[in-house]
Design a protein around this ligand. Structure first.
Ligand SMILES: [Zn+2]
Length: 125
């Protein structure tokens, strides 16, 4: 973001599907909705920045189109890692682990957003 844009306020349009639960959460926390949305988006940006520093080059390669519980990660050396969601646990097939850097990466960015990232809407690197 150009420095000139920092400190400015930008209007956004949210669907009711997104706005209403956010508004409800903001009201429970007694925070103005616009401030709460800014906090949430800032948190998202900081998580992405942390992921880029913690696991440089690690990206979502794809979500298995035949199985939404299977995400494929790719590292900077073009190694691929199959992450499976089963019984509310993430498991890395290559490391045979539920606690390796690949499962941690998915836990950090969140399983639902991982699908969006793999669609080319955003890339972590
Ligand atoms: Zn792994």
């Amino acid at each position: 973001m150009p420095d000139k844009a920092k400190g400015k306020v930008f209007p956004v349009n949210l669907s009711g599907e997104v706005y209403l639960p956010i508004k409800s959460e903001a009201e429970r926390k007694r925070i103005p909705v616009r401030d709460y949305i800014t906090i949430l988006l800032d948190h998202h940006i900081k998580k992405r920045e942390f992921a880029e520093k913690a696991w440089p080059g690690l990206t979502i390669d794809a979500v298995d189109p035949k199985n939404p519980n299977h995400i494929i990660l790719r590292d900077k050396n073009r190694n691929f890692f199959d992450i499976w969601l089963k019984d509310n646990q993430l498991r890395c097939q290559q490391d045979e682990s539920t606690g390796c850097c690949h499962t941690s990466f998915i836990w950090l960015i969140g399983w639902p957003i991982a699908g969006l990232l793999s669609d080319g809407l955003t890339n972590l690197t």
